[in-house]
Design a protein around this ligand. Structure first.
Ligand code: NDP
Ligand code: GDR
Length: 325
């Protein structure tokens, strides 16, 4: 059998790093689309960077995507690149639309031009459900996005469906609920909490400032979620799937679990700060992953508590080593 190859956009991000590991394990030739930066940011893929073929490119630039596809000749494309931080999307709504929404069309059009047999994965998001119209959320729940990011993801989702229906592309969209890991960006609430709890425990900080404590999220582990992406592209027919744990927790509960891991009383350290409140909030997300289980045979393997403990421990060990404590 010929070796399979895949092109990942967003390979330097959290999910890109776990997906690259998975595809390498599966024997793929892995290509990563990387945008030009003044400083190489390969922290998450340093351990595998010698096994990856990097191709310069940007979702803002159609020509670069065409070159990347010509050079890599992939069987599968995973479109993970995005402006992915919700608060930034209010500050840079046009950039968010250009990359997170129109960028999807650029990639799909490039695939159509270069090789329409390429299988395509789009990183859709539970943020599309926003002000939820149904609990729990499924593939059939109507969207009601609450941020420019959520709006952009709705566009990316529907253009993927549309290219599948218009041009018969093998294009699938994973509606993934929040997923985290020690490689999560520090601006997202889980990592912000575990990192600062570890700092407080080591005497390196004395408070943690956060926004809305009542928001509820269905948090899973990123290592589990990239497996679902891959499984979608191994199906004979393309489709859309909710990927979630089916359990939800509040931000306050997340804080309790993280501080408990370090025997700290969170109430002594956590300060609410209006700066971290959002102009429009997504109050409650909880997904029903039944279709992913039934069709893909996908199930999460790491619980919320195990994942938070894993993140706290990783942050604690890293900070301790860094500060020689
Ligand atoms: P990250 O923010 O960690 O990574 C985003 C990646 O996109 C980075 O590699 C970044 O590159 C790249 N990127 C950003 N802009 C461009 C651009 N213009 N051209 C090329 N590459 C670009 O995101 P995650 O790994 O957490 O998420 C992956 C995808 O899944 C995203 O699309 C996100 O919106 C979506 N998603 C994530 C969920 C989650 O809980 N993590 C849930 C549902 C959907 P650089 O390193 O140079 O900045
Ligand atoms: P989210 O993740 O917006 O769901 O998007 P984030 O971790 O940023 O926020 C989750 C919830 O926590 C509340 N919150 C805070 N959030 C941050 N970042 N910082 C704080 O101090 C804070 N305090 C409370 C937020 O208000 C929110 O309700 C993530 C991203 O990965 C998206 O790209 C992805 O599509 C979705 O998950 C699914």
């Amino acid at each position: 059998m010929t070796q399979k190859s895949a092109l990942i956009s967003g390979i330097t991000g959290q999910d890109g790093s776990y997906l690259a590991e998975l595809l390498l394990e599966q024997g793929y030739q892995v290509y990563g689309l990387v945008r030009r930066t003044s400083h190489i940011n390969f922290e998450r893929i340093r351990h595998i960077q010698d096994k990856i073929h990097f191709i310069p490119g940007d979702l803002a630039d159609l020509t670069s995507l065409i070159y990347a596809l010509r050079e890599s000749q992939p069987h599968e494309v995973y479109n993970l690149a995005a402006q992915s931080f919700v608060p930034t999307s209010w500050v840079q709504p046009i950039l968010t639309g250009d990359i997170t929404a129109i960028g999807v069309t650029r990639m799909l059009d490039a695939i159509r031009a270069v090789d329409p047999t390429i299988r395509f994965y789009q990183a859709s998001s539970s943020e599309m459900f926003g002000k939820v119209q149904e609990v729990p959320q499924t593939e059939r729940t109507p969207f009601y996005p609450r941020s420019p990011y959520g709006v952009a993801k709705v566009y990316g989702h529907w253009i993927t469906v549309n290219y599948r229906e218009s041009y018969n592309l093998h294009a699938s969209s994973g509606i993934l609920f929040n997923h985290e890991s020690p490689r999560r960006g520090l601006e997202f609430v889980t990592h912000k909490v575990t990192y600062n709890a570890a700092k407080i425990s080591l005497g390196l900080a004395n408070e943690l400032r956060v926004g809305n404590l009542d928001a509820q999220r269905d948090w899973g582990y990123a290592g589990d979620y990239v497996r679902a992406m891959w499984l979608m592209l191994q199906q004979p027919t393309p489709d859309d799937y909710v990927v979630a744990t089916g359990k939800t927790h509040s931000v306050q509960r997340l804080i309790e679990v993280a501080f408990d891991c370090l025997d700290l009383d969170w109430r002594r350290y956590v300060v609410q700060d209006a700066k971290f409140m959002r102009p429009a909030e997504v109050d409650l997300l909880i997904g029903n992953p039944e279709k992913a289980r039934a069709v893909l045979g996908w199930e999460p393997t790491v619980t919320f508590e195990q994942m938070i403990e894993m993140m706290v421990k990783a942050d604690y060990d890293q900070l301790k080593a860094e500060h020689q404590l």
